[in-house]
Design a binder for this molecule. Structure first.
Ligand code: COA
Length: 158
């Protein structure tokens, strides 16, 4: 059964977090685990928007923190479905830190996560294909397909 396609743009999600004292480490910068949680959360929002039902995180690609995030900063997170297989999809998440005084933003992390659509018994289920409309979306889809091949080759037991 082939389901009707869903536009990539419909899966977009954006959140902003204020870095309060309870979120920082001894250096006065954010504890990375909170950023990892926010990445998983916003990716789940994007995945649920595409699937219209339950999803689980199957894999998270390597994460690199490129710049520290200071106390009082704003953390802006954006997510979108990049590509879809039969039951799994890749979500791209971009994390920027915004200086509230200057509003200047810089990228601090980029992440790729694989989510799987599941039925009520937790078994993978087919999802709608992705409809891409722009050059940028086509580029993301092609790059995600290449990453998918590498990811599956590295999958434990794969
Ligand atoms: C994710 C899960 C549902 C996959 O179940 P499975 O029986 O291994 O399913 P399959 O081998 O049929 O794979 C289903 C899809 O997921 C993809 N997939 C599964 N494991 C993957 C991995 N580690 N990395 C990338 N893709 C993966 C497969 O490529 C397949 O995609 P496709 O249908 O688009 O081709 C199952 O492993 C699971 O429930 N894991 C725990 C998830 C969880 O609890 N997450 C919370 C955070 S720990």
């Amino acid at each position: 059964m082939t389901l009707p396609g869903r536009p990539a743009a419909d899966s977009r999600a954006e959140t902003t977090h204020l870095v309060l004292p309870g979120l920082t480490n001894v250096h006065g910068t954010i504890f990375g685990g909170f950023v990892m949680q926010w990445i998983d959360e916003i990716a789940a929002v994007s995945a649920v928007r595409h699937v219209g039902g339950s999803v689980v995180t199957a894999a998270v690609d390597a994460l690199h923190f490129l710049a520290p995030i200071q106390l009082g900063a704003l953390v802006v997170m954006k997510a979108q479905v990049n590509a879809v297989g039969r039951t799994s999809m890749e979500i791209g998440v971009r994390v920027e830190v915004e200086d509230p005084r200057t509003r200047a933003r810089r990228r601090t992390t980029k992440a790729y996560l694989t989510f799987v659509a599941v039925d009520e018994d937790g078994r993978p289920r087919e999802m709608a294909p992705l409809t891409v409309a722009t050059e940028e979306e086509r580029r993301r889809q092609a790059q995600a397909d290449a990453r998918r091949r590498a990811r599956l080759a590295a999958r434990p037991g794969g």
